[in-house]
Design a protein around this ligand. Structure first.
Ligand code: CMP
Length: 135
């Protein structure tokens, strides 16, 4: 991968509030293009596997329950410097710390229900893309 792909999820809180089109409009206006996209309802097993790095954290069970409570959109986005540029666009994990104008500042409601995911490295982007899009 040449630093030009990242992976995102529009999380249950944002989907339930109807923010999907507003969030994707910001993403497209910021120069990202959609390489792949689908609507899915995560199973508990999928959520536990995707977030296994957090399995020892106190919030793990709550996170799995949150991510499986309603459908989400998963997508692969393309742009030069995709991972870093997308992390800047979505803002800090905790919306209270997110910069003005970022997607989480606008649409997230808590550190858990933070509206959107973005890969944190090129290596993890590829792992996350494969998790949802490799047959
Ligand atoms: P994200 O960074 O996309 O992936 C890990 C997720 O775990 C994070 O978004 C939040 O949804 C959730 N998370 C991280 N920290 C906490 C926390 N302290 N309490 C509850 N949920 C959290």
């Amino acid at each position: 991968m040449e630093n030009n792909l990242t992976f995102t999820m529009i999380k249950p809180d944002a989907m339930e509030k109807g923010y999907f089109t507003k969030i994707f409009s910001i993403i497209l206006k910021s120069g990202f293009r959609i390489s792949a996209l689908k609507l899915i309802h995560l199973t508990r097993n999928q959520a536990k596997t995707f977030y296994k790095i957090h399995s020892n954290k106190p919030f793990f069970e709550e996170l799995v329950a949150f991510m499986t409570r309603s459908p989400i959109v998963v997508a692969v986005l393309k742009k030069d410097n995709a991972v870093d540029d997308f992390r800047k666009l979505i803002g800090s994990t905790n919306p209270e710390e997110a910069e003005e104008g970022t997607i989480r500042k606008k649409y997230a409601s808590s550190i858990e229900a933070n509206a959107i995911h973005g890969s944190d490295s090129d290596e993890n982007a590829q792992i996350e893309i494969d998790f949802f899009f490799k047959n």
